[in-house]
Ligand binder design. Structure first.
Ligand SMILES: [Zn+2]
Length: 266
């Protein structure tokens, strides 16, 4: 059976200024700026539209000092996609900047690793070092969705459509998963927060928000194994993604990027 070649789009919806030392365990000798971008993703093809993550809401992002640029769900209209009609949303993990916009997808079921729900409703949330990246109201919101039968729990690997699979990696959070997608250029992996920047996976350095450091390193290797090449790995927060991947159209420069085509620079 030939697999569909899916299109992948990244929606850049927020940003913040930051320094290099904030992004690496052990700090960094260079006191240089290292701004962060925030994305959601769309996988489209074979008659399907699947959203990956939902972004944070404007009030939560503003409270946390992030610069909200646009609503990710509303921005999908620029791809002629109506978020209200999307039937499947993958949540890579439940950090506020990945899950906050879930209410914009009223018909969707949400694909989540069961370990992540256990993590965010479990004993570690009392400690700010783990709990501070989650919003309790959003955790409760997902619990409510589960009672409505709208959370699809996965354990480990799951193929949710031909050529689209989810893979538990953990590390950054207990239940983090990455998404592998078949495209015209081969297997692309949406690494999400398994590698915030290209630099993390390429130099085996670890991001400062972490649940299990060994699992974070192992996640790098899993992502590399799943992707056709290092250029097929899409980090979750790197402004370089915006620089090296083409806009979906000239009018969408810096807003929506096309990831199923080769990057302009390695
Ligand atoms: Zn995260």
């Amino acid at each position: 059976m030939t697999l569909p070649n899916y299109e992948i789009y990244a929606i850049r919806y927020a940003r913040r200024d930051a320094k290099r030392a904030e992004h690496f365990i052990g700090g960094d000798p260079h006191d240089a700026p290292m701004p962060m971008d925030y994305f959601t993703w769309i996988v489209k093809g074979g008659g399907r539209v699947i959203a990956v993550d939902t972004g944070f809401t404007e009030p939560v992002g503003t409270r946390r000092g992030r610069q909200h640029l646009r609503d990710p769900a509303q921005t999908l209209a620029r791809l002629d996609i109506d978020a209200r009609e999307i039937s499947d949303v993958v949540l890579t993990h439940m950090h506020y900047d990945h899950v906050g916009g879930f209410a914009s997808y009223p018909k969707a079921r949400f694909h989540l690793q069961e370990k992540e729900m256990r993590f965010v409703t479990g004993r570690h949330m009392r400690y700010p070092v783990f709990g501070h990246s989650f919003e309790v109201d959003e955790v409760v919101g997902l619990v409510r969705l589960n009672f409505q039968g709208r959370v699809e729990f996965h354990n480990g690997e799951a193929e949710i459509a031909p050529g689209i699979s989810l893979h538990h990696v953990g590390g950054h959070t207990a239940g983090l998963q990455v998404v592998r997608v078949h495209t015209q250029r081969g297997w692309v992996v949406l690494a999400s927060d398994a590698s915030h920047y290209f630099e993390h996976i390429r130099s085996n350095r670890l991001f400062t928000v972490a649940y299990h450091l060994g699992d974070m390193i192992d996640a790098f290797r899993t992502v590399e194994r799943l992707a056709d090449s290092p250029d097929h790995i899409i980090p979750g927060h790197d402004p370089l993604v915006t620089k090296i991947y083409p806009a979906a159209s000239p009018a969408l420069e810096g807003v929506i990027l096309r990831l199923d085509v080769a990057p302009t620079a390695p």
